[in-house]
Each structure stands twice: as structure tokens, then as C-alpha cells.
Design a binder for this molecule. Sequence first.
Ligand SMILES: Cc1ncc(COP(=O)(O)O)c(C=O)c1O
Length: 407
Amino acid sequence: MTDSVSRSLAEIRADFPGLKTREGGVWHYLDSGATAQKPQAVIDKMARAMGADYATVHRGVYARSAEMTLAYEAARRTIARFIGGDEHEVVFTRGATEAINLVAQSWGAVNLKAGDRILLSTLEHHSNIVPWQILRERIGFEIDVCPLTEDGQIDLDEAEKLLTPAHKLVALAHVSNVLGSVLDVERAVALAKSVGAKVLIDGCQAVPRLKVDVAALGCDFYVFSAHKLYGPTGIGALWAKAEILDAMPPWQGGGSMIDRVTFEKTTWAPAPTRFEAGTPAIVEAIGFAEAVDYIEAIGLDAIHAHELSLVDNLRGELRAFNSIRLFGPDHSAGIVSFSMDGVHPHDLGTILDEEGVAIRAGHHCAQPLMEHLGVPATARASFGLYSDDSDIAALLRGIERTKRIFG
Ligand SMILES: Cc1ncc(COP(=O)(O)O)c(C=O)c1O
């Protein structure tokens, strides 16, 4: 982080116990795109919520439960404010994957029919492909795939040509988890609206680094996971416009999501409770909100600028290697994918691990994108707000060593 923010990068790094090796040395963690390390504030908050403050929510008549309910609902308000939405529009889910499945199984099952079309893109994560395919099996609509530009951005000129009034949904990633390319969401929304389609944005890789305002973006659904946002696993959020969410049927039944149950007929609770069957992830919701408070205190603009400069630096260094092929646009958001001639990304990842550097190697849950790139896998370095030049230097040392080993 630059000197312009109130806390130094060294201080921020010290907030994250996960950035150390078991022996207390520096661990060069370049896999924040898979899951981010957690600040001590989140860990402490969750430990308190699971210890001294612990009780169930929404049901208890005793004071501790009432307090926990207030904390859980305050967490929902924090998440809503974070993305410019209203608290009644935020459903807690297990993560982005579950949020997309919820939209498919609830909104999709009611609003899509045989003969309709939906538009995805080549770079989507499997979690924004497979739920639609499962629904397609049942309903029989068509899935179109928007191609990418040369440098790996969703090609909205092509989207414009593809879209027709038969399209009922456009579902796209805000930031690619492989290429770091950033979608022009406003333009995508304008194109979709011109044919009357709804828009779902997969914001998993966007919310940790870009200031998101769902009202300004104009989308209908926005989904993300807490664990990529320096919060816990097991929780994420679906934001949906109130009028859409209110009209959606429940997708899972059980406790909490009902108004009244009889064997003859059951009526549902209003949204968002209608979509939260069972005892929710109480501690995780509280940790999720704490993570949001943590990154807001640092500032998303500062985080994005910091990651952009790391990306510039790393891409510049990698360009000096003849044997390295870089993927994605130059100014990708926090994520750099590459491959090395004659070295499988898994071998590179293993050698880097010996050097104390963690990268992701594989298809990154984006097999159609790998096919498009013509590779079985890539190596991916992804930054977090705590990443610094020493992480890049360690990665480059590991790449040099790999080069020597593979001749
Ligand atoms: C762009 C994108 N979408 C969706 C997901 C799925 O997130 P989760 O596994 O937390 O549900 C990921 C996770 O890697 C992602 O990067």
C-alpha cells in the first residue's frame, strides 16, 4: 500500500497471521483469488461470537439470542451498505456458488421457458455455467456464449450482436478469476436491458478490490463470497432488486423461512428470510461484516491502486522471460495468469512452494476458458491488499530456479 493511506503496508501485513510460515518466516501468499487470508480483527470477532456472545438467532426469547439476532441483522445491513443495496435485498448464502444456484432454481425455474435464451461468456467460472446447465436440462432453454477480445475481456460488441428479445438473462463475471479482466457492467446492463433481459453479475473477484454500487451498475442480481473478501468461508451474499426478490419462490424449505405451517398449506416469510431455511451461519455473518469494515477502513480505491501497481510490476518482470506467455489484459485487476514453455503449471507451483511462494496452478474452475486459451492449465498469481514487492521478488526467484531445473 502506498504512503498515502493512514496505515503502512507493514502494519497491515501484521494484521494477517496467515501470512507467516509455521516457523514464523514470511509466506509469500499469491493465491488470494482462491481465498484471502483473514485479518486478526475478523478472527477475534468470530471467536467472540462463537464463545462469550454465542446463541441462536430469530428464535430465542432470552437476551443473548436477541443480541445475537441484532448482530446478525446488523451484519446484513453492513453487507447491503457495502454494495449500495437495501438490507431487505440481501440474502445470506453459503457463497457465490450457492447464490447463483438460488437464482437459477428460484428465479430461473419460474421465469425461463423452452425457447428462451441466456447469455454467459467464455471466461465464466464453473459456478456461473453449471447451475444454468442443470436448469437447462429441466427447462430446455438455450445458452449462448459471448466471446472474448484478443486480450481476454468479455467482448461487449459481440454481446450486442448476439442479444435478441429471446434473451431473458445475461450472467457475467465482473472480474475474471483467471485473467483479471474487468467488465464494463454498465454497458453490459444497457445492452441486456435493450432486449428486456435481466442481468446477474458474479462479483466474487470484484468486491475485494473495486467499489461496487449495485444501484449505479443497474444490474438485477449481484453475488459474492465472503472468503475472498478477507472474511470466513461458508457464507456469501445474493443481492437482488427488491421487486424481483419479493416475487421469487423459496428454493429450500425448512425452519425460519416460513410464515405458518400446516399439513394442508404452508405460507412463506417475506424476503430475504424466505431464502434462508434453517439455522443460518451466524458466526460467519458477523465475521463477514467485520471483514467489510476492515477493508472499508483501508479503502477500496487504495486497495485497487495498490494491486494495479503490483500487477504492472509483475507483468513487466514476466515479459522479460522469453519462455513465459502472459494471459489477460495489461491492467488486470489483481490477477496475473501465465504459462512457462516446457513446464507444467503444477510443476512450477510445486517448485514455488519449496521457495515459500503459494500460487494457484490449474484450470481455475474455468475449463471453457482454458480451451479457448489452448492450454490445459495456467499458473496464477493473485494479489491481496497485503501483497507487496517481496512477494513478487520471491515469485521471480522461484521462476528463475524452475528455469534452471527444466533447462
Ligand atoms: C469469479 C468467481 N465466481 C465464482 C466463484 C465461486 O465462489 P465460491 O466457491 O466461494 O462459491 C469464484 C471462486 O473461485 C470466482 O472466482
